[in-house]
Write a protein that binds this ligand. Structure first.
Ligand SMILES: Cc1cc2nc3c(=O)[nH]c(=O)nc-3n(C[C@H](O)[C@H](O)[C@H](O)COP(=O)(O)OP(=O)(O)OC[C@H]3O[C@@H](n4cnc5c(N)ncnc54)[C@H](O)[C@@H]3O)c2cc1C
Ligand SMILES: *[C@@H]1O[C@H](CO)[C@@H](O)[C@H](O)[C@H]1NC(C)=O
Ligand SMILES: *[C@@H]1O[C@H](CO)[C@@H](O)[C@H](O)[C@H]1NC(C)=O
Length: 363
């Protein structure tokens, strides 16, 4: 018996779910999306991400479980599929206690804890001795993480899905029923999976009022410091942060950033860009030649993406609208890659439950 599955959305959430589901030949998967890899648009978060694995889920939460579950598949891709565009990187995390309670500090609260839960998940975890800390840092850690070149990884996921028989089409949907009727076989879908991220008020439909954008501005440069570095906050504003990560296979280095809630401005702010670059060189002088300032950065482009946050966390649950069975998998904030496999595996479990309860054909 075959299962007709429609996935709405081709960001990292939709593509990881499609990748897992298409591995079972019984699943006939159609992926429908307004934006596909290769597009750069403010409504499409995935291409803008760094992206790396810096766990932020609260200890004991489902978020922690999703991030924990995602480490092994990312590590395996690194080791066995270099064509996926993911590599290992040394990672340094610095904490300033004074950032506690700020927007940036709240985001990084678990990441910067001494002895955090993820110390047993990532390899080579080590607490930095006081002698390796600057006087303005209260504690720090080092471990091995990964950085994903999203410009390679998203198309790689599509390639794997297509190899497994999945069909990709550009479409914009206003109504759930339309998506259910758009399966490539012409038959009605048994289940529609909603991986639409932040979606948009202009796209129509009911916007989940728990969703909100957290704006992230980045600078992409050719410089390569040879390690990833992040700090819990800055003195430039409570919703500004500093992180540096180099993408695999010539992807350039991403320098960030900010976490501006409910700001959807798609244009890079040049003053913020200057602050981002100055801070990056301050914490990671290796980014430029000795004595150089931001003029030593070789800029590829400036960018802005909106992290699809959701009050209460991502929505991964079953639903039914107008007789159409739906599984939601959206609202992954600033952690869509590092929780991608955990969230998509849970989505697949719910899809199986829906398929098990579908009316059997009489043949
Ligand atoms: C600057 C920045 C840095 C980040 N860094 C990291 C990081 O280092 N690590 C990490 O894990 N995460 C990071 N993130 C977060 C990550 O990018 C997001 O969590 C993730 O991309 C969300 O993916 P998604 O698939 O849910 O949504 P999206 O990528 O936004 O995809 C949504 C898809 O749905 C489609 N769609 C929406 N509505 C419709 C409709 N009505 N009809 C048809 N199609 C529709 C869109 O066209 C698109 O294909 C970062 C984000 C930003 C902005
Ligand atoms: C998917 O979720 C969005 C919120 O992001 C909502 O607006 C939309 O109606 C949902 N679509 C489906 C098919 O359930
Ligand atoms: C942004 O909007 C969300 C959802 O409406 C709300 O919960 C949150 O408090 C807002 N944040 C700020 C900083 O205004």
């Amino acid at each position: 018996m075959s299962n007709n599955i429609v996935i709405l959305g081709a960001g990292v959430s939709g593509l990881t779910t499609a990748y897992l589901l298409s591995q079972d030949p019984a699943n006939k998967v159609t992926v429908l999306a307004k934006h596909m890899p290769g597009d750069y648009d403010i409504e499409y978060a995935s291409p803008w991400a760094g992206a790396n694995y810096m766990p932020v889920g609260k200890k004991g939460s489902p978020h922690q479980a999703w991030e924990t579950a995602t480490w092994a598949p990312l590590k395996e891709l690194c080791e066995k599929n270099p064509d996926a565009g993911i590599h290992f990187q040394d990672t340094l995390i610095y904490n300033r206690k004074k950032d506690q309670g700020t927007a940036a500090g709240n985001w990084f609260a678990e990441l910067v804890q001494p002895n955090p839960w993820y110390m047993n998940v990532v390899p080579d975890f080590k607490t930095l001795p006081q002698s390796e800390l600057r006087s303005d840092m209260d504690n720090g850690q080092k471990f091995t993480s990964v950085c994903i070149n999203t410009a390679i990884y998203l198309p790689w996921l599509i390639g794997q899905c297509v190899k497994n028989g999945a069909v990709f089409k550009r479409e914009v949907f206003k109504h759930i029923a339309d998506a259910a009727n758009a399966h490539h076989t012409g038959q009605k879908a048994d289940v529609v999976i909603n991986c639409t991220g932040l979606s948009s008020k202009t796209l129509g439909g009911v916007l989940d009022d728990k969703l909100f954008p957290v704006r992230g501005q980045i600078v992409v440069v050719r410089n390569d410091p040879g390690e990833m570095v992040s700090v819990s906050g800055t003195d430039d504003g409570e919703d500004e942060v500093t992180y540096i990560m180099t993408r695999a296979a010539g992807g350039g280095t991403i320098i960030g950033g900010c976490c501006q809630e409910n700001n959807s401005d798609p244009l890079p702010d040049p003053n913020l860009a200057t602050r981002i670059m100055k801070r990056a060189i301050d914490i990671c002088p290796k980014l430029v030649k000795p004595g150089q300032g931001i003029e030593g950065l070789d800029i590829i482009r400036h960018g802005v993406g909106l992290r699809p946050y959701r009050r209460g966390g991502p929505r991964i649950e079953k639903d039914e609208v107008d007789g159409v069975k739906i599984v939601h998998n959206y609202g992954h904030g600033g952690f869509g890659y590092q929780a991608s496999f955990g969230c998509s595996e849970e989505t697949v479990r719910l899809v199986k439950e829906v398929l098990q309860s579908k009316p059997r054909s009489k043949l």
